[in-house]
Design a protein around this ligand. Sequence first.
Ligand code: SAM
Length: 273
Amino acid sequence: MATLYIVPTPIGNLEDITLRALRVLKEVALIAAEDTRTSRVLTRHFNIDTPMTSYHEHNKLSKLEKIFSTLESADVALISDAGTPGISDPGFELIAAALERGYPVVPLPGACAITTALVGSGMATDRFLYVGFLQRKTALRAQLQELKDRPETVVAYESPYRLSETLSLIAEIMGEHRRVCVARELSKKFEQFYRGAAGELCAHFQAENPRGEVTLVIAGADAGAAKWSEAQVQSALSERLAAGESLSRAARTVSKSAGWTKNAVYQLGIEND
Ligand code: SAM
């Protein structure tokens, strides 16, 4: 029986495709892609001329039979526009149906915004809860109430247009001092991590709405107000100093989120000057 490969593609930086992904995409008989136009940019770049068919939110059930008719005799690779298929992207139904029909399913490790944002956030990674795209408006309020006391780090996808409103609700419901990380444009030229207290990041993004793609990481309830490590304080301090803030002002702001005294942050800044 032929194999269905689940192939992650880069979330921004084309260098993040793996050698194995390239080989599989070249060797399979058919690539099922979320958006064939988007994926042709990728396959052209890597000189892959494997036939492609669309497999997206609106045809994912009707396309199953076509994909299975190929799978009867030849391997198929599933890709999405970016990152890992099935993660807030089409894929789940195809994978479940392939397993049900007894086809081998081989997932390749690769790019995914969840883990990239999580490890870059500096927050606890031993357990985390991925909630997909955050809800909107009233439903978001209820969702944040539900997440408020969860001990795990929470990872969510969010639109840049809703970011400041969402941060404001996080500050209101989970507390102004809840640590949050906004991971923006991961792996791309203008990648940025904003780490700080919900109230502070809310004020920042009210003044400046970010563009591009955003993943949000929220500290778990147990760790939310925990003291930051020296490395985290130094990193937050360096970001502010690089942005032109005075040491005194940066120390005051960082101390509020870090659980350190302003003086201790200031001293660290002087020592590492
Ligand atoms: N399947 C993808 C993955 O494995 O990460 C996620 C697809 S989901 C439709 C797209 C969302 O993922 C974006 O709206 C954003 O929240 C997040 N995302 C994708 N690429 C990103 C990037 N380069 N930087 C930050 N967030 C990103």
